[in-house]
Design a protein around this ligand. Structure first.
Ligand code: HEC
Length: 153
């Protein structure tokens, strides 16, 4: 799943994907809200609650990796690289969940260029642009990584 593309490869196609990603994210956000309403039976104050790790995953990651993390999200077919089945990371790492590696893959900014994941958004940069602080980016990354750890097959 790791590939080493020549410099620059992949960027145009990723740009073209953005409208699709935005639409899909909007859809997932809507679905997430509906789910919250159904669970609590209230439609008012609960929108101020912090999203749960699962909600963060569904909102940010499910378009490609699938709601269940297995890699079958609606955008998966559009990508040149198949989104990783995130449920198998523990198995693939001799039975130990690679927490730090996953956190670094999600943030993306610390990845050496040649070993970055070309089709995977650089979430650290994205969330900073959205207005999160470094501490919030770290907290979110840790939460999502722990969620992924909890859905290992
Ligand atoms: C635009 C589609 C897309 C989205 C959205 C996306 N990913 Fe990925 N992700 C990929 C692809 C494709 C790969 C495979 C690596 C590559 O690009 O070479 C990957 C790889 C990964 C890896 C590396 C797995 C390994 O083997 O080390 C992790 C961890 C990961 N994604 C987690 C996430 C998380 C968490 C989110 C949400 C915050 C997310 N991804 C959102 C497409 C996506």
């Amino acid at each position: 799943m790791m590939s080493c593309p020549s410099p620059g490869r992949g960027y145009p196609s990723r740009r073209n994907l953005l409208p699709g990603i935005a639409a899909a994210l909007a859809l997932f956000t809507l679905l997430g809200c509906t789910e919250r309403e159904n669970r609590s039976g209230e439609t008012t104050s609960d929108t101020n609650l912090k999203p749960t790790p699962r909600e963060l995953f569904v909102e940010n990651c499910a378009t490609c990796h699938g709601v269940d993390g297995s890699g079958n999200g609606p955008l998966a077919a559009e990508l040149r690289v198949t989104p990783v089945n995130l449920r198998l990371l523990k198995q693939a790492n001799s039975g130990q969940f690679p927490t730090l590696k996953v956190q670094r893959s999600i943030d993306g900014r610390g990845m050496p260029k040649a070993h970055g994941l070309p089709e995977m958004p650089v979430w650290g940069r994205h969330w900073i642009r959205e207005g999160l602080t470094e501490a919030e980016v770290t907290a979110r990354t840790v939460l999502i990584a722990s969620y992924i750890a909890s859905i290992q097959d």
